[in-house]
Design a protein around this ligand. Structure first.
Ligand code: ZN
Length: 239
């Protein structure tokens, strides 16, 4: 198995009344069936750090990496119990300057304020054996940041989360998938081992670790489409 699908989730649960972009929500039951299917097919669900040897071509096997963006409370309350049931790990990318607050960067556009984990809840996520990754301090468009701001957002969020968990934070995810060469270089210089984008497709060994593509799992995806995205070129063609 050459490809390493990196699954991208945002919210797990029922989309709230009036919320836009309802595809960002995968219902808890559907998420459970997806994890069940992975297990049935013999896949291991890994955090990004655990997936690194596969991405670097040092190991091969039936693995997927599981990622959650932004650090919503539902990642802890809805996804974590299911991940535990199947013995899977995942990486959640947190906005370090917004602990315990809400998605102030897109709440107006999406017409919904979504609760983010508090610092204590981020610690519980980590204590449960899951990975804490960084997603900047304030969720800006990084390509629009000055060099100084870039440094604060990249190195700052890493330092914040390392101070909180007492563990190294080596995984980054670009807010909005917004990046250019300067941003990717800055992420590498800030000390991240890998960074994920919102470009669609399955990652494979030899890919640039600062430009990793992901497989978008949308709330409207039935189980067969989930399987197609995982096992076939379906998602790679969207990239
Ligand atoms: Zn985000």
């Amino acid at each position: 198995m050459k490809n390493i699908p990196i699954l991208m989730y945002h919210n797990i649960g029922e989309p709230p009344e009036g919320a836009r972009l309802r595809g960002l929500y995968v219902r808890t039951g559907a998420f459970g069936w997806q994890m069940w299917l992975l297990k049935l097919l013999g896949y291991k669900g890994l955090s990004m750090s655990e997936a690194m040897p596969y991405l670097c071509g040092e190991k091969s096997g039936k693995v997927v990496a599981i990622t959650f963006d932004d650090g919503y409370l539902d990642t802890l309350e809805q996804a974590l119990p299911i991940l535990n049931t199947f013995g899977f790990h995942a990486t959640c990318y947190f906005v370090s300057g917004r602990g315990g607050q809400y998605n102030d960067w897109d709440a107006a556009t999406l017409k919904v304020e979504k609760k983010l984990m508090t610092d204590a809840q981020i610690k519980s996520w980590h204590a449960a054996g899951m990975e804490v990754g960084a997603h900047s301090r304030t969720h800006p468009r990084l390509s629009k940041c000055t060099d100084e701001e870039l440094q604060t957002e990249l190195a700052g969020s890493k330092a914040d989360l390392e101070a909180l968990t007492g563990a190294p934070v080596t995984q980054f995810c670009y807010p909005y998938g917004d990046l250019d060469e300067r941003v990717a270089n800055a992420a590498r210089s800030a000390g991240y081992s890998a960074a994920t984008t919102v470009n669609r497709g399955r990652a494979k060994p030899g890919d640039d670790l600062m430009l990793l593509r992901r497989v978008l799992i949308s709330g409207s995806n039935m189980l067969y489409l989930f399987m197609l995205k995982l096992l076939t070129k379906y998602e790679d063609k969207r990239g």
